[in-house]
Design a protein around this ligand. Structure first.
Ligand code: DP6
Length: 342
């Protein structure tokens, strides 16, 4: 059998994608940085066949993952017609524990999309220019999971059409085309695992509820405003603004969940305790440590590397007691995905 493999990083959004339409098109632009420690590695083997798709997750059969990937492959078949004449086999592994309650769809779907784009190059014997290859991979990854569109690039990434960035698009993500201030070049993200249980309401359902959300249109406008403010903060090195907007985005996201119909709450008491402690720490120390949240109870504590020692002591002394089995993952801004084999 022939083999290709790709390793894709996860990412953390500071301005959130929440709400979509059509073929996985976002209702507003989002902005993230790519992580390093949290990643997914996918291996793709293929041989001549009849369009069969098989997969293992962490070396095992996994029904939920199988359904999601099969659905993804059905959606992308029109872009890869040669798949009809191949049998393909994926083996996908995450660097982080499956039980940690961390969404892996961004890194997983990005690694699968990159494998498929490399497979296309191998099968049709045509190499795309690098920029085109990653643009296509981002488009394909988006069809698997919206946030995965951002995981095909390292560093700071924008997905969704933003008026102030001419190159931006709803179809694919782009690496931020402007310079980011030096103070944001070595950002850390410590993920505090408050609760490991599966989410009561999936992100897909959350996106769906935005279609009839009473605050939807104001929210989408707000995201555009936040993108512009974050871009300005990133350009001039305004750490205070970045902290305030990011935290507002995180609480706003959960506010949208609470005020959906039906409303729901993914935050846990520990989440709120940690948020309170982080805000007190920032106020008392003047250090630019701030939080964001994904669609779940775990807290991402974001800070520049230069204050890592103080933040690590703070985590140890004041935050770990709210974490399930004292679990946390120390991550940081990372590089592009990379091909790990042929
Ligand atoms: C809160 O990308 O997981 O993490 O497109 O349905 O797979 P699907 O949703 P998903 O949503 C992520 C939502 C978020 C915000 C973000 O990453 O921008």
């Amino acid at each position: 059998m022939n083999k290709i493999s790709w390793q894709s990083p996860s990412n953390i959004a500071l301005v959130k994608y929440w709400g979509k339409h059509g073929l996985q098109l976002p209702s507003n632009p989002s902005l993230s940085f790519t992580l390093q420690a949290c990643h997914t590695r996918s291996e793709l083997e293929w041989e001549n066949g009849t369009g069969r798709v098989e997969l293992l997750f962490e070396g095992l059969q996994n029904e939920k993952f199988r359904l999601r990937v099969n659905n993804f492959i059905e959606n992308i078949r029109p872009h890869f017609p040669f798949l009809e004449e191949l049998d393909i086999f994926f083996n996908t592994t995450n660097s982080f524990p499956h039980s940690a309650g961390i969404a892996s769809s961004a890194s997983a779907m990005s690694s699968l999309a990159l494998c498929l784009c490399s497979l296309e190059e191998a099968v049709v014997n045509r190499k795309l220019p690098e920029a085109e290859f990653f643009r296509k991979a981002s488009c394909i990854a988006r069809l698997g999971s919206g946030s995965a569109a951002r995981s095909v690039y390292g560093g700071w990434v924008l997905w969704g059409s933003a008026e102030s960035v001419a190159e931006s698009s709803d179809e694919y993500a782009i690496p931020l085309p402007m310079a980011v201030h030096e103070c944001f070049s070595r950002m850390c993200d410590t993920i505090l695992i408050v609760d490991e249980s599966p989410k009561a309401v999936s992100s897909s359902e959350g996106h769906r509820l935005m279609q009839s959300h009473p605050f939807a249109s104001r929210r989408f406008d707000q995201a555009h405003e936040h993108i512009d403010l974050v871009l300005k903060a990133l350009a001039v090195g305004d750490e205070d603004s970045l902290a305030l907007i990011t935290e507002n985005e995180a609480l706003g996201l959960h506010g949208l969940m609470m005020t959906a119909n039906p409303g729901y709450i993914l935050l846990k008491p520990g989440t709120l305790q940690i948020i309170d402690k982080i805000r007190r720490f920032r106020a008392a120390s003047g250090m630019p440590a701030f939080f964001t949240l994904d669609a779940g109870p775990n807290v991402h504590l974001i800070y520049p590397e230069r204050i890592a020692e103080a933040v690590q002591a703070f985590i140890q002394d004041e935050l770990l007691l709210y974490c399930s089995r004292k679990q946390r993952i120390d991550d940081r801004i990372g590089q592009d995905p990379h091909k790990t084999g042929y």
